[in-house]
Design a protein around this ligand. Structure first.
Ligand code: URP
Ligand code: ZN
Ligand code: ZN
Length: 449
């Protein structure tokens, strides 16, 4: 609808009808957004900034990553703190506060990745919730590194139920995957494409089913991160049809790319390393299922799983073996562009675009109505979105600290012209105006159905 939106300080204070006069005065700044949409700032509920992983560290830190996000329209991220094996949750949280403080340019919150679930950690989960970290990610993949066994997962779920936390699952059955990886390497199958061939859809489908069953037994809600494939989605749909509080996100890479990208170029199959992320890119036919899942509310959120590694000195760690390629792709800046382009192509509605990129993650992760909404009283995280502005998603046009672009030949229609974070204009027509460190930590509420 047409309206004038009023911001005072950090908050949205009113909406007025366009026929009403606009006050003037030296303390009033008016921005004409005619022909554009005014939407709530994006919320990226899945990022990995400054994350040690695969023998290196993701190439964007909280300054470069949040600045790139702001260029693309997000004004909030939820990043993952990681418990060291044998370490406490408190240590992990302190470490991630240290990484973000003084650097982040937009607001941020944390999930906690648990890699260990002794009694002391289960007890500590409540301390995290009191500090606003109200969701915990658990891994069924990466044995010996991040994987938690089913008993530990189940105990964490029971505890989450007691304290109002949400369990987020990386639901790939990692034990057989590791055997497939070992055998592929023994046979000399070392190119990036084998990353996809050793992590089949069945591993994600069975992991998803198992995670749902554990959550059902524990009587808790569960949220599947980075869901990539048709059969995993079908498990989620069955659970939701049975009335279980099962939620899932997918990511742009699973909607816009397919496993062909992992084959690299004719000159160098290792170019496929740019697209090594986990779960892997799937064959193209999965796309239509994920789009339908988004339209039908079986998938609630699109987040990025932004976890960039440069080709130079990082992805190349795996030149001799795909298993050593650090897993992850850049995406924090381009999610809104890509999904708005999907609106242009009739894959989702404009309202659904806003819902899956902002409102739904705010609601699921305890940030609503302060974030994810243009309601009076909400934080003035506001994006003016020009639906006609074109952008080629080339490396030169983007701001993520990574030496390649994931969609270098794709031109999208629709981009932000102004991005406000808590009332402050941080991006205006491709110029970054924010201050390093201005982003605030957000304490999130507990999960509520
Ligand atoms: O490839 C990915 N997704 N890297 C980040 C770790 C994870 O599992 O989310
Ligand atoms: Zn994961
Ligand atoms: Zn991730």
């Amino acid at each position: 609808y047409q309206a004038n939106l009023w911001i005072d300080g950090e908050k949205i204070v009113s909406h007025t009808h366009p026929s009403q006069p606009i006050p003037t005065g030296s303390d009033v700044k008016v921005i004409d957004a005619s022909g554009c949409y005014v939407i709530p700032g994006g919320i990226d509920a899945h990022t990995h900034l400054d994350m040690p992983f695969g023998g290196t560290t993701s190439s964007d830190d909280f300054l470069t990553g949040t600045r790139a996000a702001a260029y693309g329209g997000p004004t909030t991220i939820i990043d993952f703190a990681i418990q060291q094996k044998g370490g406490t949750l408190r240590q992990a949280l302190d470490t991630w506060h240290g990484k973000a403080q003084g650097k982040a340019v937009i607001d941020y919150a944390f999930h906690m990745i648990m890699t260990d679930a002794p009694e002391a950690s289960l007890h500590e989960m409540a301390d995290m919730v009191r500090e606003g970290v109200t969701s915990f990610k658990l891994f069924m993949a990466y044995p010996g590194v991040l994987l938690l066994d089913d008993q530990s997962i189940f105990k964490c779920m029971l505890r989450a139920g007691e304290i109002g936390a949400l369990i987020c699952m990386h639901a790939e059955h990692g034990l057989p995957i590791d055997i497939l990886v070992e055998r592929a390497i023994q046979r000399g199958h070392t190119a990036p494409i084998y990353h996809a061939l050793t992590r089949p859809e069945a591993a994600e489908a069975t992991g998803t089913e198992r995670a749902i069953a554990l959550a059902e037994m524990a009587k808790v809600p569960v949220y599947m991160v980075h869901l990539s494939a048709q059969r995993a989605l079908e498990r989620v749909m069955e659970a939701r049809d049975r009335g279980l509080p099962t939620y899932a996100e997918t990511c742009p890479q699973y909607l816009f790319l397919d496993d062909d990208a992992l084959r690299g170029s004719e000159q160098d199959p290792f170019d496929g390393a740019k697209y090594v992320c986990t779960p892997p890119l799937r064959p193209k036919h999965h796309h239509e299922h994920l789009w339908r899942g988004l339209r039908n509310y079986d998938l609630q959120v699109v987040s990025t799983d932004h976890c960039p590694f440069c080709m130079k000195d990082q992805k190349t760690l795996g030149r001799d073996s795909f298993a050593k390629i650090p897993n992850g792709m850049p995406g924090i800046e381009t999610r809104l562009h890509l999904l708005h382009d999907a609106v242009n192509h009739g894959q989702i509605s404009l309202n659904r675009f806003v819902e899956i990129t902002s409102t739904a993650p705010a609601k699921i992760f305890g940030l609503y109505p302060r974030k994810g909404s243009l309601a009076v009283g909400a934080d003035a995280d506001v994006v003016i979105w020009d639906p006609h502005k074109e952008l080629l998603l080339s490396k030169e046009n983007l701001h993520m600290r990574v030496d390649y672009a994931a969609y270098p030949e794709k031109t999208v229609r629709g981009a932000p012209t102004h991005v406000f974070s808590r009332g402050e204009l941080v991006v205006e027509n491709d110029k970054f105006l924010g201050q390093q460190g201005r982003g605030r930590f957000l304490r999130r509420s507990t999960f509520s159905l």
